[in-house]
Ligand binder design. Sequence first.
Ligand SMILES: Nc1ncnc2c1ncn2[C@@H]1O[C@H](COP(=O)(O)OP(=O)(O)OP(=O)(O)O)[C@@H](O)[C@H]1O
Ligand SMILES: C[C@@](O)(CCO)CC(=O)[O-]
Ligand SMILES: [Mg+2]
Length: 350
Amino acid sequence: MTVSSAPGKVYLFGEHAVVYGEPAVPCAIERRATVAVDAREDDHIRVEARDLSLDGFTVEYAGDTDDRPDVDVPSGLVDAAMGYIDAAVEQARDAADAPDAGFDIRVESEIPLGAGLGSSAAVVVAGIDAATRELGVELSSEELADRAYRAEYDVQDGQASRADTFCSAMGGAVRVEGDDCRRIDAPNLPFVVGFDGGAGDTGELVAGVRSLREEYGFAADTVESIGDIVREGESLLAAADPASDPEPELLADLGRLMDFDHGLLEALGVSSRTLDNMVWAAREAGAHGAKLTGAGGGGCIVALDETPETRTALRYTAECRDAFRAELDREGVRAEKAPNATSAPNAEAE
Ligand SMILES: Nc1ncnc2c1ncn2[C@@H]1O[C@H](COP(=O)(O)OP(=O)(O)OP(=O)(O)O)[C@@H](O)[C@H]1O
Ligand SMILES: C[C@@](O)(CCO)CC(=O)[O-]
Ligand SMILES: [Mg+2]
């Protein structure tokens, strides 16, 4: 058995605009998806997805994806889950030149689904890493990020940037502009996340921004202005000392840019009443700034606050289901020790 984990992320700035070639700065956070993979004798895929719904489910199907599994959960849910796992399996088969490889796969995740914290990217990155290593192939982190991007791109019908997958593979703060992806230095930013318990449909939300941008020049300008915010923000980060705690002025300046970014995302129609309410609760609690993160529509906001005030205020906000501090993850994808036989009945110790 081979096990890998990969982190989720928050966007300091730049989601949506990054799809149209503007830069974005996502930051990996210490919440992970873990994928355990066992090679099989046949070409079947068996997936156990523990966190996809409250009860999770297990499905098994042949290599041919028309042969859909027979399981007792809504088929939309299965299709949604299988899309990313299938795409990860395809990338691993291609990388290892093993088109008929079959796998038993178990996914466990601490990242809420569809909530803007990059669960899809984390599952795809960890899945490709574990499946290729199980087949004896070691990918560089750049190749892993590239293959994970191609997997997301396929599942999301071309509505994907490299940002989420590159960030999850590399860890830390990253800067993505088109195909140009790199890690950047950043101090430990005091992120607080508020989660409304809901989710947004990434493909639909990206398509909505795309059509607004095509219809109105001012919507296209709004997307460009988000790029300007990112450029301003990254020059602030570049001037900061990554080894010490961020200065109060840096937090104040970044926070102001986050507030501005949220306003523009709201104008582009990707916020929601619950996200706005959490953003305002954070601001009123004294956060330096707050914005939605990821595709929007529902899910999570991210605020900057080194004190406990924002988290406490969010916990008392009716729309907020969960609020937590999110530490910057500097590691990215990593190999995990395979569990012993008692916690995974089919597993053999590595
Ligand atoms: N634990 C999991 N098990 C299986 N599939 C998962 C799991 N977590 C996420 N996924 C897949 O990722 C999909 C959610 O991806 P989506 O891109 O819509 O949201 P996200 O990545 O969480 O948020 P965002 O892209 O806005 O940051 C789920 O529908 C499912 O297909
Ligand atoms: C909305 C978006 O910018 C971020 C989703 O986490 C889409 C993408 O970059 O693929
Ligand atoms: Mg996603």
